[in-house]
Design a protein around this ligand. Sequence first.
Ligand code: SF4
Ligand code: SF4
Length: 359
Amino acid sequence: MTRDQQEAKIDQRALELCVRCGTCRSVCPAFEVLGWESKNTRGRIMVAKALREGFPPDAGVLDSLNTCTTCGICAAKCPAGANPPSIVQEARRVLVGRGVMTAAQAGFRAKVAESANTFGELGDRLGWLSDREGLPDRADSVYFVGCLDSYRYPEVAARTFEILRRFGVSLLRDEKCCGSPLIRTGSPAETVMEENLRQIREMKAKTVITGCAGCYSTLKRDYPPEFEVVSVPEFLALHLSELDLKRLDMTVTYHDPCHLGRHAGIYDPPREVIRAICRLVEMKRSREEARCCGGGGGVRAGYPDLSLEIAKHRLQDVPDGVDAIVSCCPLCVRNLSDAGAGVEVIDLIDLVARALETA
Ligand code: SF4
Ligand code: SF4
């Protein structure tokens, strides 16, 4: 068997861990909205198994596999130790390898190939930066901005960098997409990853700091372990005493991004930062139990209606009387806002910037 043929198979052992108990049915956010067995975790594993046995992939198979947000709550709850999001990702990879993919999957590939970002934007990625001339060529730490903050929330990128540069943090001059949307939807991302890696090496950076949960997860898990990856909330929590934050008369709640929370165990740092600024009231389901915003795994691009319905379910967890929902991922902020949150949805850095403005 050639290497390609070996790669074209979904790992049998991973599939066999599932004992079909159905525990995951009660937590899968896509199933909660759609209600079909093929759109819940257990069904997706059965679909992946059928694919492995030669079942031809039709539109139903693609919908089953691509409606998973890779939120990971099923893996956290599975009594048998199965890792469904990784099976889903692998099954997507196998199908993409055979040229079978949805329009949204093909769209990510085309856009990243043409523009090195997920939006197909041809404008300057560092357009939000006023004085790039002052950027050093070498730095121990670099801020990895990500596609969303670069092109959709440039003010968040600017606020983040304004704080980080006080600590000697620099930027990659020609950052590309981290590769997350490609990898999660089954496509190779080596081209952009290698270019980012080359620049990180050139900078001789030991630490990469990012404010996007998707970038964090990808830099940490999919890049070679040559540098430390630190999330912006971790960095802020570490430097709290140096920030001179003033208290704000606000009550907020915090939404745990799946790729920062369940996938990486980063629960306390954002809460520490929030509590240093204002009152925090937890969502009805938080930390390991937090429901997904619906934006990840390519679902926002591929199944926008489902994505917004998942976000609406998540908004039911928001406690009464809060002034804002705070999160640490631009995709979560975007999806929860678009679903009509009723209160402002802001990035943690926006809250920090307000506490600094009043300083
Ligand atoms: S993935 Fe885990 S929780 Fe879901 S049916 Fe299989 S064994 Fe049960
Ligand atoms: S990772 Fe989330 S969306 Fe995907 S199957 Fe598991 S619970 Fe459902």
